[in-house]
Design a protein around this ligand. Structure first.
Ligand code: SF4
Length: 382
């Protein structure tokens, strides 16, 4: 059966800490390309034009329930439910903050693996933060997800379903402010997106492909983050889909970065920054550098200066820095920098001419940092 075209086969399994292998999720409509859906319809003795009808329901009306596809014959709806619309995920907890404009959902997948997504509505835009893996194998010590280890990669459909569910909830007016569209997607939930390269690219394609076979989003409104998997960053540059790339740096020097982001022992700060600059050269998209400000750990003024120098050494106008006050994991020694230290850090970067914006920390009162909710559930199984 045809599936979404996959990028070429370089080994992209960067998992370093796998907690347990689980089965593959059942095949879903969102795993298939147009040919694959036509193939299913042919098996069911249905005309091929039904494929576009189904795609319109899924990608434009955000329906994953054949029962709602009332322009299809009743018998077909039942067959589709069984064949390509299994329930891939169920919301096990939904928490909201910011007067209901930030909604965090903990999803249970078919094998009880858990992932999270966070929907944020601002006055002029909406953003969804999605997970690409259940858990994460990168083992960053300050991160709740990193403490869970990697359970497994998500399938394309398990990632796309997070987006569809959020788009549906916005279209249905479930978030205060009236019905609206989903504008931005950030791959900054659980997992290292580039360690699940094929699935995130399949997802990106589904998001940017115009209707009826995709959601027709702009690539520039999709942000893919990475801790610096250099070969995958370079491969992403060549995809011809200029998503925004966000490099989670967190330290400008190898000594500290290897402690905060252990994959740094494989690809150094300089290698990651060179790959980020390469991404800008190929795509013309300014790269974001994410920097979690951790008290007395990486928030020193000299580190801001070192970062500014390393970025400027690679040219001007190619990068933007987003310091983000760390959202502490309960019981952790890692905590956010003091406000005046944060201000000084930002001022130093700006003095080097680096555009710098503090990233907002929506949802911090609902365990907003990636993996915190799943970590709590891990301790207290539902
Ligand atoms: S910070 Fe990101 S890459 Fe590191 S462990 Fe957490 S989810 Fe994984």
């Amino acid at each position: 059966m045809s599936v979404r075209p996959e990028p070429l086969g370089m080994p992209l399994d960067f998992s370093t800490k796998v907690k347990g292998r689980r089965g593959k999720p059942p095949q879903h409509f969102a795993d298939l390309n147009a040919d694959g859906v036509v193939e299913v319809l042919t098996e069911l003795n249905q005309p091929r034009y039904r494929a576009a009808q189904i795609a319109t329901h899924y990608f434009s009306r955000f329906s994953a329930s054949p029962a709602e596809m009332t322009d299809l014959p009743t018998a077909l709806r039942d067959q589709l439910t069984e064949r390509i619309f299994p329930t891939l995920m169920k919301a096990s907890r939904v928490l909201s903050a910011d007067d209901g404009t930030t909604v965090k959902t903990l999803w249970h997948l078919f094998d009880q693996a858990r992932v999270e997504s966070v929907l944020m509505r601002y006055p002029n835009r909406t953003t969804l933060c999605i997970s690409s893996q259940a858990g994460c194998g990168m083992a960053c010590p300050f991160c709740a997800t990193g403490q869970l280890g990697l359970t497994r990669n998500l399938s394309v459909a398990e990632i796309v379903e997070q987006v569809r569910a959020a788009a549906r909830s916005l279209a249905d007016g479930e978030i205060p402010g009236g019905p609206t569209n989903l504008n931005n997607i950030v791959f900054m939930g659980m997992g290292e997106p580039l360690a699940n390269y094929r699935a995130i690219m399949g997802t990106v394609r589904a998001l940017v492909t115009p209707a009826p076979w995709g959601m027709g989003m702009s690539a520039r409104n999709i942000t893919v983050s990475t801790v610096g998997l250099v070969p995958a960053m370079r491969k992403l540059a060549d995809e011809g889909i200029p998503v925004t790339l966000a490099l989670s740096l967190h330290a400008p020097d190898d000594d500290l970065r290897s402690e905060l982001v252990p994959i740094n022992t494989r690809w150094s700060v300089n290698e990651a920054l060179d790959a980020a600059r390469h991404y800008f050269d190929v795509t013309g998209r300014r790269v974001s550098i994410e920097y979690a400000l951790i008290k007395d750990m990486n928030d020193h003024a000299w580190r801001a200066d070192l970062l500014g120098r390393k970025l400027n050494a690679r040219g001007r106008g190619w990068v933007h820095v987003n310091p983000i006050p760390l959202n502490p994991t309960p019981g952790s020694i890692w905590t956010a920098s003091e406000p005046e230290v944060e201000r000084e850090f930002v001022a130093r970067l700006r003095a080097h001419g680096i555009p710098t914006t503090i990233r907002d920390t929506r949802g911090s009162d609902i365990d907003g940092a990636c993996g915190q909710l799943a970590a709590v559930e891990e301790e207290q199984p539902a």
